[in-house]
Design a protein around this ligand. Structure first.
Ligand code: GLU
Length: 283
């Protein structure tokens, strides 16, 4: 059975871009199931009132989903189990670097060193803490995946995923060298959250049996991280459908701060769900 999902973070009101994403995910489930998941690991930015607004706005749009809804803030045990599994394989290390230290390490002139690269999470980590072991981890440390070791662990079993979205349609194989250079040692647990987006989304898509992950094109570059984690954790790899982003009249992608585009505002002004579908190009 096909199973898609919409996984918003309750850090603001849903805007037209979210409406589009949810509607596409819903329609791509066909006769299967559409799942709603609340991605609320960032306790400093998430608000219960935004979560309530998500349910109301999606219901108003005509969508329905099975309940109870999975909330990532209640999934700490599952994320810890995944961390333990990867630690057991010897693929993790604790990291105490701040963003400022990473920036400073990368800007120090080093002969022959490649210029700093921006990956899906910002600057590719220079590996300062890579020599540390999990045995010396402190509560205040973050945790990183040693990507070189992870790739060595998989050897020639490098994973492949199928993309069904328009821009990158086709089969994609994880490219070890590219992953090293453009992604690097990703954070799997942040000191303030106990997990990272990448780990949580991978664990939860598998736990919910998602067969096609539908989300915006901005997350395409992060997909190789999720597919790598699936291979390491022995989880199935779903198909991916990255859809184009809804942009404003200046071509800028909508942001949650962009309250004027909130579904709720259009509702208050008398728009119907059919009007919203039309606005995002789904008729
Ligand atoms: N929670 C993410 C967001 O609201 C979406 C993550 C995903 O779809 O993988 O941007």
């Amino acid at each position: 059975m096909k199973r898609t999902r919409f996984a918003p973070s309750p850090t603001g009101l849903l805007h037209l871009g979210h409406a589009y994403s949810a509607l596409v995910a819903h329609s791509r489930a066909d006769a299967g199931e559409f799942i709603l998941r609340i991605e609320d690991i960032d306790r400093t930015r998430c608000r219960v009132e935004f979560e309530t607004a998500i349910y109301e706005d999606l219901e108003w749009l005509g969508l329905s989903w099975p309940t109870p809804v999975m909330r990532q803030s209640e999934r700490t045990d599952a994320y810890n189990a995944a961390i333990d599994q990867l630690a057991f394989l010897g693929l993790l290390y604790p990291c105490r670097c701040t963003r400022g230290e990473i920036r400073a390490a990368l800007s120090a002139p080093q002969e022959g060193a490649a210029p700093p690269v921006h990956g899906p999470d910002g600057l590719v980590y220079p590996g300062t803490c890579r020599h540390r072991t999990m045995a010396e981890a402190e509560a205040s440390d973050a945790i990183r995946l040693d990507v070189r070791k992870a790739l060595d662990h998989l050897a020639d079993r490098l994973p492949v995923f199928t993309e069904t979205g328009p821009r990158h349609e086709g089969q994609h194989r994880i490219d070890a060298e590219e992953l090293m250079a453009s992604v690097g040692d990703v954070l799997l647990a942040r000191r303030d959250m106990g997990t990272s987006y990448h780990l949580a989304v991978t664990v939860d898509d598998a736990a919910q049996g998602i067969t096609e992950v539908v989300r915006g094109e901005d997350l395409f570059d992060a997909t190789c991280i999720h597919v790598l984690l699936q291979a390491l954790l022995g989880l199935p790899t779903p198909d991916y459908h990255h859809h184009p982003l809804i942009r404003d009249e200046h071509g800028k992608r909508l942001a949650k701060r962009d309250d004027a585009r909130a579904i709720r505002r259009y509702r208050e002004e008398g728009a119907s769900p059919a009007d919203i579908r039309k606005m995002v190009g789904l008729v």
